[in-house]
Design a protein around this ligand. Structure first.
Ligand SMILES: [Zn+2]
Length: 188
């Protein structure tokens, strides 16, 4: 699995890709935070384990499946409908990609605990899938959250920042440049 840092950066990248008019972090922090939270959401499966004294007990199971990604997007659609709003395709696509980004990142991360990988195609298949090439490190921890604070995990997060940080900055720069261009055209 990747760390929350990697997943959050992926969430921020998707936010910038889908919200070109709301890029300023200070003014749109709620949007950034929501996207980053959703990109981490599949790992909420550690909470029931935490309550039982072992955070790995239910980790990498149903929430790390494509089936659950679809269920999640349906939940988002219903959330909008119940609030009397229309969830347009772009919003639903963004939330699907957010959830998917989590599964993809974990797919490319080292997993040292059997069963290795994710049960991606559950309930149609009980096989676990993991990439043969894993550029991201695993997150080493014991049965508690505190045990995750260690040098190995710092290195894992540094790799994620080195990969996703430049992508985010480049995308922000590109978006702002285009936005400025569009505004100039509108003024003329
Ligand atoms: Zn995960």
């Amino acid at each position: 699995m990747c760390s929350p840092v990697g997943h959050s950066l992926a969430g921020a990248i998707i936010y910038v890709a889908f919200n070109k008019d709301k890029l300023g972090i200070r003014r749109n922090w709620k949007g950034y935070l929501t996207y980053m939270f959703v990109a981490n959401a599949p790992d909420l499966d550690i909470i029931p384990g935490m309550l039982k004294g072992d955070i790995n007990l239910y980790h990498h199971q149903i929430t790390h499946t494509l089936f659950f990604a679809v269920v999640f997007v349906f939940g988002v659609y219903m959330f909008y409908r119940l609030r009397g709003k229309e969830a347009n395709f772009s919003v639903l696509l963004a939330f699907f990609l957010l959830y998917l980004s989590h599964l993809v990142l974990d797919y490319f991360a080292v997993d040292t605990r059997p069963p290795y990988g994710e049960e991606l195609f559950w309930p149609f298949s009980k096989n676990y899938y993991i990439s043969p090439v894993t550029p991201f490190l695993d997150i080493v921890r014991g049965k508690t959250l505190w045990s995750a604070i260690n040098a190995h995990n710092f290195l894992a997060m540094s790799i994620e920042v080195a990969v996703f940080g430049p992508i985010l900055l480049l995308l922000l720069w590109y978006r702002k440049l285009h936005l400025r261009g569009e505004r100039r055209v509108n003024l003329n």
